[in-house]
Design a binder for this molecule. Structure first.
Ligand code: ADP
Length: 590
């Protein structure tokens, strides 16, 4: 339960901006307690030294101006100086040099440097006559080529491409240099580096350096340090050269089925977390949302071909005959202790047969597991149907990572419905709109508008926004957001039109809490926050099922908030306000 509580602790160790400026973070520098700083050489702590020089500077300026005024009044020549004035001038020069050195040129530049908007804004892009003009504008952006960002291009020395000195990772030894050259020559394939070196981090560093030299493009900004490359070897990513950073925001608490969840969302879309947070608040103030898991079954549909449609139909009847199910499921279930065959539904296209296997997969999303089970059955069928030609283990009738009616109607992964009654007062105060406006907008936009567009599973405002952000944060397969975002959002006035009944029905939420990207450190921390990390020991599959309901609950919150913003005509203004600036977006939820 701890992991589901809201965290109230705040970081208190951030350095003040001027300290960061003085320390200057280099490309391969790592700050730790033992690192020496220039200020360590000072006899006093830095803040005391600063105070002394500030005081000195302003005191001598005051003293000299007073003396100057007296001399003008007494008609004394200005160049005639006594000892105290000479000392004061020395002190002025010394303190001025200190202060100039302290704030430095970075400080002066930072006043004139734009802080966030490094790219041309949309209006500029709209105004641009053609793509060249846009590229020109992008090229002239003021990227700060400061301490941590070396933008200088690789150079050619002795007919060899070499990176600027600051790009060469410190880990590279002479031996590494030889390996880089051999990768560049093609004598060492880049993909063999991990197995040859037995050190994934070093392999990534070498591959990265070779890539920079080969392409003549800098990878500065794509971090190499701070990632466990062993953890992705053989299951998450081949030939790594770094990792992309995506901020994780927290929406919540989401009150769902009586429990509060802090929902991690990895996104770079401004407003999204703030908006979902506002939806969570509306749900919470209305007593919480309730969810029901309707179905739980992953699917895989191989395609096989026969010499005739008749033979294909024979196999269809065989597979769908209830008398054969026990035997088939026994063969299928051998693939894993978690895979349990539920049914096989077939469809025919001429001589080709598509058999859609559905099975439960415990806490795994289940694609690997089900593929193994399907392979077992295909091998078995080959005995009685030796004329069966297996064309592919996946014949797209599954249907994985594609919008397809079969998922929308039959479901894939977890099918969930989630609902809440939002009190009229909450609609007014938190969502800043009214029940009638929301119901009307939902009917005309999510239902009629989507019907006119010929939508497939897209009867919602922005389910995919929330699904994608939660999926990335929790290590799900982001490509499965396609069908996982299928959702119909319904809104209805209830209690004599006073309150709003809102629901989301999502037939294909494909999630897991074991396997794939879920075991990586950051992703598993996010799963831990939700209390669904790893396999559920008491009841296999309940962590994944709970995660699916949290996804649906978060979508409910996102739908409520965005629909309300549109009903109240706030969408454009809030995006202009929060998508383009670094202001405190949390205010959106209040
Ligand atoms: P997927 O099938 O989603 O691609 P993987 O096959 O990579 O996932 O991961 C599932 C693995 O985790 C299997 O080897 C399975 O035996 C193991 N496992 C351990 N505990 C569980 C559990 N509770 N539910 C599902 N799989 C589990």
């Amino acid at each position: 339960m701890d992991s589901r509580r809201r965290s109230t602790s705040k970081a208190t160790t951030a350095s003040p901006p001027h300290m960061k400026m003085k320390m200057g973070v280099g490309l391969h520098e790592h700050h730790n307690d033992k690192e020496l700083k220039a200020s360590d050489a000072l006899p006093l702590p830095l803040y005391l030294t600063n105070a002394v020089f500030f005081t000195l500077f302003f005191s001598v300026v005051y003293f000299l101006l007073t003396r100057w005024r007296e001399k003008i009044r007494n008609s004394t020549p200005l160049h005639v100086l006594n000892l105290s004035e000479i000392v004061a001038i020395f002190a002025f020069v010394a303190s001025f040099i200190y202060l100039l050195g302290f704030f430095g040129i970075d400080f002066v530049q930072s006043i004139f440097r734009p802080s966030v908007d490094l790219w041309p804004n949309e209006d500029e892009i709209d105004d641009a006559q053609n793509a060249d003009e846009i590229i020109l504008k992008e090229d002239t952006r003021k990227v700060p080529c400061g301490a941590g960002l070396d933008c200088s291009p690789p150079q050619i020395v002795n007919k060899e491409i070499v990176s600027p000195p600051s790009l060469v990772p410190t880990v590279l030894s002479e031996e590494d240099e030889e390996i880089i050259k051999s990768v560049l020559k093609g004598s060492t394939p880049s993909y063999t580096l991990e197995s040859k070196l037995g050190d994934c981090k070093r392999a990534a560093a070498i591959r990265r350096e070779a890539l920079q030299r080969l392409t003549g493009k800098s990878l500065t900004g794509l971090p190499l340090e701070g990632f466990d490359y062993e953890s992705v070897l053989g299951q998450c990513c081949e030939m790594p050269v770094g990792y992309v950073q995506i901020p994780v925001g927290i929406a919540g608490p989401l009150l769902l089925d009586g429990i509060e969840y802090s929902v991690p969302m990895a996104t770079t879309e401004g407003c999204l977390v703030a908006s979902t947070n506002r939806g969570c608040k509306a749900i919470h103030l209305s007593g919480g949302a309730a969810s029901v898991l309707l179905k739980d079954g992953m699917t895989r549909a191989p395609v096989v071909r026969f010499a005739s449609a008749q033979r294909a139909a024979h196999l269809k009847f065989f597979l769908e005959n209830p008398n054969n199910f026990e035997n088939l499921s026994m063969i299928f279930n051998k693939s894993s202790r978690f895979a349990r065959l539920q049914n096989i539904k077939c469809t025919i296209a001429g001589k080709n047969l598509y058999m859609r296997f559905t099975c439960s997969t415990g806490d795994a999303m289940g694609m690997n597991m089900i593929s193994k089970g399907v392979q077992n059955v295909l091998d078995y069928l080959q005995n009685d149907f030796s004329d069966m030609d297996v064309i592919g283990i996946s014949g797209n009738f599954c249907s994985d990572k594609k919008a397809a009616a079969v998922n929308w109607i039959e479901g894939r992964g977890k099918s969930v419905v989630c609902e809440c009654v939002i009190k009229g007062e909450v609609v007014k105060k938190v969502l800043k709109t009214n029940v009638a406006a929301l119901v009307e907008l939902n009917m005309l936009k999510n239902l009629t508008g989507s019907a006119m567009a010929g939508a497939l599973g897209g009867f919602n405002a922005h389910a995919s926004n929330i699904v994608a952000a939660v999926y990335i944060a929790t290590g799900q397969d982001p490509a499965q957001t396609v069908e996982s975002s299928h959702c119909i959002t319904m809104m209805e006035a209830v209690n004599d039109g006073q309150d709003l009944h809102v629901s989301v029905t999502m037939p294909s939420i494909e999630v897991g809490t074991v396997g794939g990207g879920t075991q990586l450190a950051s992703q598993s921390a996010c799963l831990n926050l939700l209390g669904v990390k790893g396999a559920n020991r008491e009841s296999a599959g309940s962590n994944a099922r709970l995660l699916a309901t949290i996804v649906a609950g978060s979508v409910l919150a996102g739908e409520l908030s965005l629909m309300s913003a549109q009903a109240a005509g706030q969408l454009v203004s809030s995006h202009m306000k929060y998508n383009r600036s670094s202001k405190d977006v949390s205010k959106v939820s209040s």
